[in-house]
Design a binder for this molecule. Structure first.
Ligand code: ADP
Ligand code: MG
Length: 272
């Protein structure tokens, strides 16, 4: 569904490329997490998915449409919803349901269809009860879910989140993550940039970036088997994985699938 073919990108005033020879294929329905320390190129990669940035060399295609062909951009952007860090920058009106309706209204969608889309989108993010609430009364996590409802009302097939949880407290982050997992289960293709390694354990695949390059990719169990490679990219695996590995060194036989506290408890208790 999304294909990066040997993509290189350099900002005009920069000394080195922000993306170098990035190739990546994301099939329909996959949930991919992108991790990497600050400046590794995650946002630059995310902005290539909907043509906010265009490759200097190489190609990005979405559903077979090349982002460099201007006539494709409207179609691509209708298909790719983007959520960013600050929910306040993504909400445009004062009332929740008006905000969710804003996108389809601008596209000229019929009012009855808008009503249906707004109700469905609010239900999808678990915010139906808040339809008539004032946006400024919501928590950060709730605002971010409303921002996502606004994206869903445009009916995209792909959701790109660029550190959308970064400004949220732990409960807001948990709300947002479970919403994203729910959308993924309903068939959404998800590309989630995050700085929280714990958020990646339930994804289909993790892509690790360093200095504009993809340095490691695999399932969470595969990626977290390489703490050395992660360290080279200035990343630390989730705490549970570190505890798991320490326990393994003490002789406990634990599988690589242990990535969360629950999974650790499940494997460890019978051994104790
Ligand atoms: P990340 O999202 O992983 O923190 P970015 O994609 O934002 O990384 O940045 C990748 C590289 O590109 C960094 O070296 C950053 O300084 C540089 N960069 C990002 N945005 C711009 C810009 N608008 N102009 C020049 N350089 C930029
Ligand atoms: Mg970024």
């Amino acid at each position: 569904m999304i294909k990066f073919d040997n993509v290189t990108f350099q900002y005009e005033n920069a000394f080195s490329p922000a993306l170098s020879n990035v190739s990546l294929e994301i099939p329909d329905g996959e949930f991919v997490a992108i991790v990497g320390h600050n400046g590794s190129g995650k946002s630059t990669l995310a902005k290539h998915v909907n043509g906010l940035l265009l490759p200097v060399t190489g190609t990005v295609t979405v559903n077979g449409l090349d982002t460099r062909v201007e006539d494709n951009l409207l179609k691509i952007r209708q298909n790719v919803g983007m959520a960013f860090q600050n929910p306040d920058n993504q909400l445009v009106t004062t009332i929740v349901e008006e905000d969710v309706a804003f996108g389809p209204e601008n596209l000229g969608v019929a009012p009855s269809e808008i009503r249906a889309r707004v109700d469905e989108a609010l239900a999808d993010v678990g915010m139906s009860d808040y339809a008539e609430f004032a946006v400024h009364h919501l928590s950060g996590g709730q605002k971010q879910r409303i921002a996502i409802a606004g994206i869903l009302a445009l009916k995209p097939q792909i959701l790109v989140l660029d550190e959308a949880s970064a400004m949220l407290d732990p409960s807001g982050r948990a709300e947002l993550l479970s919403t994203v997992h729910k959308l993924h289960k309903q068939g959404m293709t998800v590309l989630m940039v995050t700085q929280y390694m714990e958020e990646t354990t339930g994804c289909d695949r993790i892509v690790v970036m360093n200095r504009g390059k993809i340095v490691l990719t695999g399932t969470p169990s595969e990626v977290f088997c390489h703490p050395d490679l992660l360290m080279e990219s200035n990343l630390v695996p989730p705490e549970v994985v570190t505890v798991r590995d320490s326990l393994k060194q003490l002789g406990f036989s634990l599988s690589d699938n242990v990535l969360t506290a629950g999974q650790l408890a499940e494997e460890l208790c019978p051994l104790l």
